[in-house]
Design a protein around this ligand. Structure first.
Ligand code: NAD
Length: 352
């Protein structure tokens, strides 16, 4: 994993020396392709590498079987065989989608993750989870496929739209809540500097999150236990994404999800009301939502939560904090929550 202002230089060097002779298929979305993937393709071609670029329409609506099939059809036209490598250049939609294509193309070819959004840099590009959505269920189809490398070059964040940039802080805050109280306190001090996209502060935040995720995934690659803590805020968050047909961005949904699940934690794990206040306060300062919009149908959120993969024997289970920086070990790092409690927290439209 490379993280820093020169990560793209390292990527070019590594592709040239360590994947020689491969057909490099850059996969990118319609926003990121002209900004970052095309210049990268030109640079690689100038070095004599075999490079193709495959582009798909930007947005969560593209995380589908149809888009995956379209990319695969294009790979077939390009004559990509087992000698191909996929280079995913984009946000979390691209890293998930292109990663899944790589996982199944010819029973698996290498994927190189080049995250360009903050969500992808601090979370999606690392850890090997790839996938697409299916009939309203997030990430229902997918595979574990570890990246050949991850290259997080912070300079690409300069073109990321403000709303998408802010959304990334939901995953940054999550990383701190689940594993690092000092990082959380540091974030509280650095909000202004981070929002101003100061390079050094951003690098510290991204590197800290990558370190946290790498440690957790290193311990439990296939989510048999502790990796579940990375789902804090995501159980309700995925429900909100599905219930709003993805008009809420992933980061916004996770922020709201942490607000709701944090409240559940005050009832189930002894998470303090003061710390819930700090969590909501920090999310709010990053411009992220902490209250569920009144127009969101609670039943649709519950329906999605009932289908969550952590549930067992019809019991809803959540990854919940006991305090900032520490998650409840429970059974397999999840805690049972009665549906009645979740319904009442959602119905009160949890928030400040
Ligand atoms: N696999 C995992 O472990 C994991 C973890 C977290 C999130 N995710 C997934 O990631 C997705 C959300 O990621 P996201 O918020 O990055 O979504 P995204 O990929 O849709 O990117 C958000 C928007 O920013 C644009 N963009 C990205 N980088 C840009 C840049 N540098 N300049 C200009 N525009 C840029 C994209 O085109 C898009 O419009 C969700 O599907 C979520 O499920 C996966």
């Amino acid at each position: 994993v490379r993280c820093g202002p020169r990560a793209l230089d390292a990527l070019v060097r590594d592709l040239r020396t360590d994947l020689p002779g491969r057909l490099l298929v850059l996969v990118s979305d319609s926003n990121v392709a002209p900004l970052h993937a095309e210049p990268l393709a030109r640079r690689l071609r100038r070095l004599g590498l075999r490079v193709e670029l495959v582009c798909f329409p930007a947005g969560e609506a593209s995380k589908t079987r149809e888009t995956k099939a379209a990319i695969e059809d294009r790979l077939a036209e390009l004559g990509a065989g087992r000698d191909a490598a996929i280079v995913a250049v984009g946000g979390g939609v691209t890293t998930d989608l292109a990663g899944f294509v790589a996982a199944t193309w010819n029973r698996g070819v290498p994927v190189v993750q080049v995250p360009t959004s903050l969500v992808a840099m601090v979370d999606a590009a690392l850890g090997g989870k790839t996938g697409i959505n299916h009939a309203g269920a997030k990430n229902r189809l997918g595979a574990f496929h570890q990246p050949w490398g991850v290259y997080a070059d912070l300079s690409v964040l300069s073109t990321l739209p403000e709303a998408d940039f802010r959304a990334g802080f939901a995953e940054v805050v999550k990383s701190a809540v689940i594993a690092d109280a000092r990082l959380f306190a540091w974030l509280e001090e650095q909000v202004a500097s981070l929002i101003a996209r100061r390079a050094r502060t951003l690098r510290t935040a991204v590197a800290a999150c990558l370190g946290i995720k790498a440690r957790i995934v290193g311990e439990d690659e296939r989510e048999a236990g502790r990796r579940s803590i990375l789902n804090f805020g995501h159980t309700v968050g995925h429900g909100l994404e599905a219930a709003t047909t993805y008009t809420l961005s992933h980061g916004q949904a996770v922020a709201c999800g942490m607000s709701v699940e944090g409240e559940l934690a005050t009832r189930c794990t002894g998470f303090s009301v003061d710390e819930l206040g700090r969590l909501r306060g920090l999310l709010d300062r990053f411009g992220l939502p902490v209250a569920v919009d009144r127009r969101v149908p609670v039943e649709a959120v519950l329906e999605a939560v009932r289908g969550d993969k952590k549930n067992r024997d019809g019991q809803l289970r959540f990854a919940l904090p006991v305090r900032i920086g520490r998650m409840a070990a429970g059974s397999c790092w999840t805690v049972p929550v009665r549906e009645k409690l979740l319904r009442s927290v959602l119905a009160r439209r949890a928030g400040v």
